[in-house]
Design a protein around this ligand. Structure first.
Ligand code: GLP
Length: 352
């Protein structure tokens, strides 16, 4: 886990935009090899979206070959509703609809179409629920079809929820219909006329779906997120703080402004900051060939092969998985070029 803290919300948001841009550019998406970006809604990501739009305008980044998948949507709000997440995304993230995927808040009734079932035979809610469950299953299938999420950007709720996975959500959960907790409805009432207008349910990627993303970045702004960040980062993994499950993800970065980071111990900030720096340094080495030249000076063919895999940041899941051990070793300064005896090449990088 990595943590980056910044004095202001603007700086923290810029850091997240930088991370998104650097990952997309390093991936080098093409028409046949698209980058899949998971996206949030809410107040938190607004400055990030503004920053991305400006930098797209300036030619620093293109979303032409980026596919977005959103985390969640309110049940019952049509895309035209100004508080629907469909509407939010249209307002804040301008990529063609054909590249954008958001769960449908209004039920689509494929069961009725396929089987001819009369929805009035069941209660309206049961029928809608079934339709929503079909949409959720289809969304999971879509993410699998896209090859998984390359980078998932998220906010965090004051109660530690991510997406709409409220406290108590299963760590194995997949995209599904969830009941919103009263605290979340109260927190989100600021976007509606009053709390009674906030939907009681939502569709959300599950915690299992989130954990499957290759990389995750969580942005937290403001003092009302301080306790959630403290529990997510410093406490043990606990169902009552859904974001704490991210501790078991291999590649997650929390980005916080000073208010959101104010509940963390100084030691925690220092330690996790150092981890962030060492990782970015090792990624830089890997991307810019220093690692490769280090290795290719050796006479050890298996290491050459391994570092070729490591330096390819544009690959599929398998390549990234293979890349991690060497990058980690480089971060710790522990790559030992042990010139093994002939026929004993396999022992040259202990621990791989
Ligand atoms: C909302 C969304 C989350 C979001 C969180 C925080 O309810 N479902 O995806 O991260 O709550 O919202 P905000 O950024 O407005 O504080």
């Amino acid at each position: 886990m990595h943590l980056q803290t910044f004095s202001t919300p603007e700086e923290a948001s810029e850091a997240v935009a930088n991370l998104i841009i650097s990952r997309i550019n390093a991936f080098g998406p093409t028409q046949h090899h698209k980058f899949v970006l998971g996206l949030p809604t809410g107040g938190t990501p607004v400055r990030v979206y503004e920053n991305l739009a400006e930098r797209c305008e300036a030619g620093e980044i293109s979303f032409e070959h980026v596919i977005s998948v959103n985390l969640d949507e309110y049940v019952g709000l049509p895309p035209t509703h100004e508080q629907s997440y469909h509407h939010f995304m249209e307002e804040h993230f301008d990529i063609p609809p054909s590249q954008t995927h958001i769960l449908p808040g209004v039920p689509i009734h494929p069961i009725q179409i396929i089987t001819g079932t009369d929805p009035s035979a069941a209660s309206e809610w049961e029928s809608d629920l079934k339709a929503h469950q079909v949409s959720c299953a289809a969304y999971e299938a879509l993410i699998t079809y896209l090859g998984g999420i390359n980078l998932l950007f998220m906010g965090i709720g004051a109660n530690g929820h991510i997406g709409f996975n409220e406290p108590g959500s299963s760590f194995e959960s997949r995209t599904r219909v969830v009941a919103l907790n009263e605290g979340t409805r109260e927190a989100n009432a600021r976007f509606f006329e009053d709390k009674s207008r906030v939907p009681t349910h939502a569709l959300s990627m599950g915690l299992g779906t989130i954990l499957d993303a290759q990389e995750i970045v969580v942005l937290a702004l403001g003092s009302n997120k301080a306790e959630a960040i403290r529990r997510a980062v410093e406490d043990g993994i606990n169902h009552m703080t859904p974001a704490s499950v991210l501790q078991q993800h291999e590649r997650v970065t929390f980005v916080a402004d000073s208010s959101a980071a104010s509940g963390l111990k100084e030691d925690t900030k220092e330690h996790l900051k150092l981890q962030s720096q060492s990782q970015s340094h090792s990624m830089h080495l890997a991307r810019h060939g220093a690692a490769k030249s280090l290795i290719t000076n050796s006479t050890n063919p298996p290491i050459d092969a391994a570092i070729d895999t490591c330096t390819s940041t544009t690959g599929d899941h398998g390549q990234r998985t293979n890349a991690r051990p060497i990058v980690t070793l480089l971060a710790k300064g522990e790559v030992l070029l042990d010139h093994s005896e002939e026929g004993d090449e396999g022992d040259s990088l202990p621990g791989l």
